[in-house]
Design a protein. Sequence first.
Lengths: 502, 321
Amino acid sequence: MFEALTDRLTDVFQRIGRKGRLTEQDVDEALREVRRALLEADVNYRVVKDFIAAVREQAIGEDVLRSLTPAQQVISIVHKELVRVLGSERVPLTWASQPPTVILLVGLQGSGKTTHVAKLGHHLRGEGRQPLLVAADIYRPAAVEQLRTLGRQHDLPVYDEGTQAKPVEIVKHAIKLARERRLDPVIVDTAGRLQIDERMMQELEEIKAAVRPSEILLVADAMTGQEAVSVAEEFHRRLQLTGLILTKMDGDARGGAALSIRSVVGVPIKFIGTGERVDALEPFYPERLATRILGMGDVLSLIEKAQQQISQEESERLQEKVLTGTFNLEDFLNQLQQIKRMGPLTQLLEMLPGVGQALRQQQVQISDDEYKHIEAIILSMTPEERRHPDIINFSRRRRIARGSGTSMAEVNQLLSQFKQMQRVMAQLGDMAGVGRRRGGLRGLLGGGNPLAGLGDGGLDALMSQGMVPGGMPPGPSARHPTAQRPKPKAGKKAKKHKKKRH
Amino acid sequence: MIFSRFFRRQTQPEPKIEAGLRKSRRGIFRDIAALFERSEIDEELYEDLEALLIQADLGVETTVALLDNLRQRVRREGIKDPAEAREALRDEMVALLEEATRNRKVKIYQRGVPFVTLVVGVNGTGKTTTIAKLARYHQDQGRSVMLVAGDTFRAAAIDQLKVWGERLGVPVISHTPGADPGAVVFDGMQAAFNRGVDILLIDTAGRLHTKYNLMEELKKVRRVIQRHVPEAPQEVLLVIDATTGQNGLVQARMFTEAAGVTDIAIAKLDGTAKGGIAFAIARELGTPISYVGTGEKVTDLAEFDPETYVDALFFGDDEEA
Ligand SMILES: Nc1nc2c(ncn2[C@@H]2O[C@H](COP(=O)(O)OP(=O)(O)OP(=O)(O)O)[C@@H](O)[C@H]2O)c(=O)[nH]1
Ligand SMILES: Nc1nc2c(ncn2[C@@H]2O[C@H](COP(=O)(O)OP(=O)(O)O)[C@@H](O)[C@H]2O)c(=O)[nH]1
Ligand SMILES: [Mg+2]
Ligand SMILES: [Mg+2]
């Protein structure tokens, strides 16, 4: 599943690449893969439909058809659109002008409400507030005790009246108490309920009418499937939700439900729950969730950055050089250095979809050292040698090998591979037109360069990243794929439970 | 709602549907019936069917497979009438579930050896409540039951199980919060032997299948159980929330690997979710769905029946109207 979409899209465009021209049908074929990925991520069927329609329009408008890197282009458009729907800016909690601010957590059974009441309390106390937690779930066995326990464990005051009082009364009394004791906010735990349970939904409406909460947050499980929309719609219709908390994101659910809810109901995602412990609460980052919904690690931020910064002229200039057979070792060095600036090579490669696949399949190990060698060899050449490798005779080779701290054999290998590469380039140039497309450029590096060990898939991916003509911008080093799920902060509270649960 | 009517417990009078729980809802599967009212079988019909199956969480792969089978049958058997095609699809769906049901082991309740059910699943699916329901179910069959509070992690999880124990008049073996689950289970096994109970139901903490240590913990619990009764746990029940999407398949795979899941219970089928991931699980893993939960009361449990389930999917809301 992981990275499946990129692999599949790369496949699609590889097939298309062989054909040469990209048509609208080709784009549609690619979008079918996107559609599948979204459905597998539990994005609602209807939402997917609208979404694909929107992306298709852009894809065709944005000249994917003529792009050098159509797979990445499509993914980039999809990703951008996902981020847009998810809501690109963070929406903070609303505070009442008259304290205390009341925050009501609602949702289906078992979605994580009680836990998140405690998490929110803990989080807001960290911001200098003095929260009061309220146990208004009088139905589920030991629900009150659950919140009390959490309060005790984390020094958060909990208001409860056992299980005999009416929830609306409990909440009213809690607010009165909060006012007296200057506690703010008041965070209310409610019982889990089905959105079709008329009586229970009325109960929430009553609470809302009585205490006018500033925030009514729907707590939804990241593992929820297609019904997320009906659930959210109904809760919203009855209560006018102000936000969403997406829980259990520490698992491997892709969380498409959040996209569905966001796009149908429109309320912002305010927090993400990433564990059972009270400190496992995070702000929401749309890019991360978009990436995750697509099932692609952290590749996208990389691609995005690259695509933003590759100048069109630069890429065209290089293409021109390739096609006219004037691509030389200097250009090659340039490319290598730009790739390198992205971060440690192996890490970088893992993040590249096609390469990741190739590495997994072939167990290829590429050391950063190999690159250093190649770079050193080229750097030991004179500019004249780089531009015209043909003049490098035996004695020049010996000098280069010595100067770069490598062996003659390595220098020879590099030169012969480069020569092969130039030959392929020349052929490409002859096949006019074809070379204008990525498909034509495909054989380019595969023909003979030091990266050949990567295999076809790997090179292809490099190509489709826009990395090889085009180059990478200097910038912060690439993030590791796992960085998207930040580790919980190891605080004092965290340690208490560490033994049992991690 | 559909399901609470279809799956009513045989041993109990029909649970009365509270007026407050009535709701107005367009079940998507009622649309299936409507779909077949057209005059011919065309591509649009298949497309609409695809939409409906995916919206019931069957997943792309299972949906495509079911519809491929349907296409083949339509071609092979020369089916022209959409109504007939509907029957064919219904049969395909029932057959898929029945194949898994056939894998269900016959439950043998031996005198003197406790029948152990280990209940597992991700967080908040309905494990503890299902245990209470199962306890009631066995009580109704005249079997003696004991519960083990194996969730020592979640706040007040032990209290939650004790409340159910009290309501049902069933003993609960427990340790203090934070204790080693293996140790509680050990005591539970011992107590079950000593008191000669027929059924031992073990609650466990909800855990995401991605957490290595927690899955290893389940393996350990299994070993503790087997030290007392080699053939136990005779039943390892994975509880899946009916609202679960495609992640349910991974859950089933991982819990089966770690804990040897023998049966699946789908909880919360009283909501609007269809629990369609059960089809994907049945298809890929062949794990039988044995129980469904249709409410929060101890009586809201029924044995799973493929035909009833599929018919509820197809015709569910018609009856309610
Ligand atoms: N509507 C409905 N709610 C259910 C059903 N089964 C369980 N619930 C509710 O779902 C919530 C979670 O149930 P629990 O039994 O505590 O779930 P669990 O899997 O033990 O949860 P953790 O131990 O916290 O992982 C509770 O509010 C239950 O009342 C069902 O069949 N229908
Ligand atoms: N892994 C994980 N578990 C969670 C998260 N939030 C809640 N839970 C667990 O989900 C289960 C149900 O949570 P609870 O707060 O009782 O849900 P409620 O019924 O909505 O109040 C409990 O086992 C919690 O420990 C989360 O973000 N990640
Ligand atoms: Mg709760
Ligand atoms: Mg439980």
